[in-house]
Design a protein around this ligand. Structure first.
Ligand code: R5P
Length: 310
């Protein structure tokens, strides 16, 4: 088993390698003067079971290209099996035609990854589970839910909590946590009553006087969660905290969250935290390194990955 780290999230790759007691494979992933990506693997990989760790987060296109070119280098180096470990799978939100003459970019990216040489994919909290079907190679989709459930249990013991999905699309994810914690579920239903009127946020469920915990897969601009938290507080909630797997946090998201009623935002380290995220008082990171490492060990030993979530 060998682990190759591309550049998007080296601290996570190092933490995974440390958990597995393996050194990172020596490799150089660098740029030519015109920013073309060049990859050189400095160790023999012939016949090896190789895992490439790369989130296709910001800058999404550069990080995707690094992944593709690394896969190509490993395939041409005669690796026996190559697993693309993509903790955050960018382009996942483009998973269907959103209008006439629009692309399904998640499918295109899946094709590129397969064509570049991946034999398997390991990822986490795909925006839509069906994206697994965009690949004709095996895909293991891990869930942050057990990590979040444990953290919530530790922090909110004895409090009157309710798990909240910020939109109808996230209900399955939120319900999994509510079921595990044996607590209530609420849902925010966003609705535009008439064209041209502003969106109304209806809270479905009992949040009055309770500590609300919103759960989502991605926080990007922060708009969805900030609006949801405001609707919960307006509905009588005592507090609103958030657990999100992928902290994309683009543009002014960190400042928007700091100025919002969100008491605490917990994200994983699937995406490397920026300086602003690290310094934010109300943002915490929960590491996925042990979970990723264990899944990689199981893939390598060809034992069950799904039983990690039993
Ligand atoms: C939407 O379907 C996703 O699950 C997230 O709710 C969304 O991507 C968050 O985006 P933003 O933070 O920009 O509102």
């Amino acid at each position: 088993m060998k682990i190759v780290a591309a550049n998007s999230n080296r601290p996570l790759a190092e933490a995974v390698a440390a958990k597995l007691n393996l050194p990172l494979t020596r490799a150089a992933i660098r740029r030519f003067a015109d920013m073309e990506v060049f990859v050189e693997i400095h160790e023999n990989v012939r016949g090896e079971d190789v895992f490439v760790i790369q989130s296709t987060s910001y800058p999404a296109n550069d990080n995707l290209m690094e992944l593709l070119i690394t896969l190509d280098a490993l395939r041409r180096g005669s690796a026996r099996r190559i697993t693309a470990v993509i903790p955050y799978f960018g382009y996942a939100r483009q998973d269907r035609k959103s209008g006439p003459r629009t692309p399904i970019s998640a499918k295109l990216v899946a094709n590129l990854i397969t064509e570049a040489g991946a034999n398997r994919v390991l990822t986490m909290d795909l925006h839509a589970g069906q994206i697994q079907g965009f690949f004709d190679i095996p895909v293991d989709n891990l869930f942050a839910q057990p990590l979040f459930s444990r953290d919530i249990q530790e922090r909110y013991a004895g409090r009157n909590i309710v798990i909240v999905s910020p939109d109808v699309g996230g209900v399955l994810r939120a319900r999994a946590i509510a079921t595990r914690l044996n607590c209530d579920l609420a849902i925010i239903d966003k609705r535009r009553e008439r064209a041209g009127t502003s969106e109304v946020m209806n809270v479905i469920g009992d949040v009055d006087g309770r500590d609300c915990i919103l759960v989502d897969d991605i926080v990007d601009s922060g708009g969805t969660l900030v609006n949801a938290a405001a609707a919960l507080i307006a509905g009588g909630a005592s507090s609103a905290s958030v657990y999100v797997t992928h902290g994309v946090l683009s543009g002014g998201a960190v400042a928007r969250i700091a100025a919002s009623p969100i008491e605490m935002l917990a994200i994983t380290d699937s995406i490397l935290a920026t300086e602003a995220v690290r310094l934010a008082n109300n943002i915490r990171q929960i590491t996925i390194a042990p979970l990723m490492a264990e899944a990689m060990r199981r893939i390598s030993e060809e034992t069950s990955v799904s039983s990690l979530f039993d």
